[in-house]
Design a binder for this molecule. Structure first.
Ligand SMILES: Nc1ncnc2c1ncn2[C@@H]1O[C@H](COP(=O)(O)OP(=O)(O)OP(=O)(O)O)[C@@H](O)[C@H]1O
Ligand SMILES: [Mg+2]
Length: 310
């Protein structure tokens, strides 16, 4: 995608977005609520038209959304899009049929996809009887029967149990080993750190930064994270902390204030003395940055679920 712009009324959902995905990669797309991740996916699959820019799919830029190209795509939507009236197997048969699979091949692929997501035993059950995790896995299977070259997953692990989550992450890695290219959208840093070959960070319709997890962390290596447990967080001088030179972010949660600051600048002392003037300090801990900090530094926002302005 190059220079892609998409507006809804006056709101800019995609603001001159550039993104390249290379064969064999798992690209982790990170962004808070409303960043434009789903819109990005909808434009790259031809579901919504763009106003400016170009999209090239499998090397084809002139008319990228041909039938042949769409057949090479698999899309796992953010909202679960399976039919409640159909059994797991019938759902897969339907989606396989849409992709043109017929007869014994369709039958085999349906079995294969069900087994792949660990639902073989539930083939004849309807999804209304499934747990959230099982529904998610069925939703994923629906995108796999036609063996797509590029699999696009829009937050496939939201609201599910850890076991299903691990199963999904393992499956994604397995698909990559089998040659599938994957775009994986999520709010969860740990997932990206675990599976992505490359990460792109998006906020307010713009691509902010990209690279491997290591490269991104390296780019803020000169920062440190300071956790201070205090007696009363309501007394904290948050604004004064924020105005200390080198302080990039202050976050209060529970009994703890977390500050991201330039490392080795004497800021730990400065921050600690200031906090002590207002409330008792119960404990302090400093840490090297991780991907969550990269995100905070770049966007000023938390990435966790429902995270808006921090
Ligand atoms: N159909 C639509 N009509 C109007 N505005 C829309 C529509 N779809 C998306 N938007 C707006 O575009 C922006 C990007 O939304 P989008 O759903 O792409 O974000 P997202 O990164 O997928 O967020 P989330 O993490 O919550 O799924 C938001 O401001 C949203 O309100
Ligand atoms: Mg979305």
């Amino acid at each position: 995608m190059q220079g892609v712009v998409k507006r809804y009324g006056n709101a800019v959902a995609l603001d001159y977005v550039d993104l390249a995905i290379y064969e064999g990669e798992i690209v982790g797309l990170l962004g808070p609520n409303g960043a434009g991740k789903t819109t990005l996916i909808q434009t790259m699959t031809g579901m919504v038209p763009i106003e400016r820019g170009t999209i090239k799919l499998f090397g084809q830029s002139n008319n990228p959304f041909t039938h042949a190209n769409k057949e090479k795509l698999g899309l796992v939507t953010q909202e679960i899009t399976v039919y409640d009236e159909l059994t797991a197997k019938e759902n897969l048969q339907f989606f396989a049929g849409v992709y043109g699979l017929k007869g014994s091949e369709r039958k085999e692929r349906v079995q294969e996809a069900l087994a792949f997501v660990g639902l073989a035993e539930y083939a004849d059950k309807v999804p209304t009887k499934f747990s959230g995790g099982m529904k998610r896995r069925l939703n994923i299977a629906c995108a796999l029967t036609h063996r797509p070259k590029l699999l696009i997953m829009d937050e496939p692990t939201v609201g599910i149990d850890p076991q299903s989550r691990n199963h999904i992450l393992e499956s994604v890695k397995k698909l990559q080993e089998q040659g599938t290219t994957i775009l994986y959208t999520t709010h969860y840093m740990e997932e990206v750190q675990e599976i992505a070959s490359r990460v792109v960070i998006m906020d307010q319709g713009q691509m902010i930064k990209g690279g491997t997890v290591d490269q991104l962390i390296q780019s803020i290596q000169h920062e440190e994270r300071i956790h201070i447990d205090v007696a009363d967080t309501s007394l904290l001088p948050v604004e004064q902390l924020q105005s200390i030179a080198g302080v990039m972010h202050v976050d209060v949660a529970g009994t703890r204030v977390t500050v991201i600051s330039t490392a080795g600048s004497g800021n730990v002392d400065r921050i600690l003395s200031l906090v002590k003037e207002y409330t008792g300090v119960l404990g302090i801990q400093t840490e090297n940055p991780d991907l969550e900090d990269v995100f905070l530094t770049l966007t000023g926002k938390q990435l966790r679920d429902g995270g808006g302005e921090a």
